[in-house]
Write a protein that binds this ligand. Structure first.
Ligand code: CTP
Ligand code: MG
Length: 189
């Protein structure tokens, strides 16, 4: 595997964790996850984290991951090794962990924002950009540690993490501007 392939694979395999955030903006709304409850005078998560957004986002990420698994089975064995999620059903568990871990990380980010007194929708640099990828990585490390090791540590895997570090904030910003223009978000961040 070349350095370029490793970096691109790192990005490709994280797609099921990158989709949920954008999907939640489109599908979200309705009952908040915290049901409006507060803790020490502040909302637990706030109105920006809804059940529809959580499950709509996570399941959209999983659905895209399943398409990626199907696509990987069509390419030659070398590329399957690099861009595949592994053998079925381990690949399914990885994709589930990425999709749901992403939305758990997103919710955890809001939990910390509320504790710090940051209002719903207000900026929290770094936290807003990386919370979902971090959540995905943590959940994958819990359910599929070997998967993470194989794709993001071994060989040139760290290059994938490096590329994510650069691309994720750009993607986050771009998607939020689109969400804002579509009238789905009140602020372009
Ligand atoms: N969204 C949702 N449910 C989720 C996550 C997101 O409904 N679990 C929707 C909400 O409409 C939210 C929008 O997607 O306002 C943008 O998400 P995000 O920027 O993560 O939320 P914020 O509104 O900025 O709230 P917070 O300050 O808690 O991050
Ligand atoms: Mg926000």
């Amino acid at each position: 595997m070349t350095a370029l392939e490793a970096a691109l694979a790192g990005l490709w395999l994280m797609v099921p964790a990158l989709i949920p955030n954008a999907a939640a903006v489109l599908l979200g709304g309705g009952t908040p996850l915290d049901l409006g409850r507060t803790w020490k005078g502040k909302r637990i998560l706030g109105d920006g984290k809804t059940w529809r957004g959580f499950f709509g986002g996570a399941l959209t990420g999983v659905a895209i991951g399943l398409l990626q698994i199907a696509a990987a089975s069509k390419v030659n064995l070398d590329y399957q090794q690099i861009f595949g999620f592994g053998s079925w059903p381990a690949s399914l568990y990885a994709v589930l962990a990425l999709g749901f871990g992403s939305m758990i990380g997103d919710s955890a980010g809001s939990f910390f924002k509320r504790r710090l007194g940051v209002e719903r929708g207000a900026k929290a640099p770094v936290l807003d950009q990386y919370n979902f990828v971090l959540g995905a990585i943590v959940l994958v490390l819990i359910v599929r540690p070997g998967w993470f090791f194989d794709h993001y540590i071994q060989g040139n895997g760290l290059l994938g993490l490096l590329l994510l570090l650069i691309v994720v904030p750009l993607l986050h910003r771009g998607i939020n501007i689109i969400g804002y223009k579509l009238g789905k978000k009140n602020v372009p961040w």
